[in-house]
Design a protein around this ligand. Sequence first.
Ligand code: ADP
Length: 161
Amino acid sequence: MNRSALYPGTFDPVTYGHLDIIERASRIYDEVLVSVAHSEEKKPLFSVKERVSMLKEATGHLGNVGVEDFEGLVVEYAKKKKMRVIIRGLRMISDFEFEFQMALTNRKLAEEIETIFMMTSDNYSYLSSKLIKEAVTLGADVKSFVPPFVADKLKEKLSRR
Ligand code: ADP
């Protein structure tokens, strides 16, 4: 059986925390599909096209990882793709409540789909796209949090504001 998993998120933009989860998942599953949610309600800094393109560049070295965008319910997208596993990353206790709620809701919506949680690596536990954007706005160098080309794109976007 082909074991594949979907890793959904907003990825605005991709960080080393996301990439750590993607790399580790790619060693467990035959195929990992990183699924970029449009998330218009979150008013992302980067367009969905830009977020997909950054993820493709950052995961280009992983042969079994694909990147696509999707709209609507993640479980519907998973069904359409014939995938039964959704991966989510957990950073700290504060992530738990929301993730737990979402996993249970998704299970009600589609019983056959399982959410699998992967613990962050300790050196990435504090990383979030939101904080990185704030740090860049305040002039920080974020090259240790995101790939260098993402850091450049962040600077470009945020300095134009
Ligand atoms: P969403 O809008 O769905 O929360 P994100 O792009 O913020 O999208 O996150 C996608 C997934 O990656 C979530 O499961 C989130 O918990 C996880 N994640 C984000 N940052 C990290 C990190 N530093 N370590 C581990 N998991 C992370």
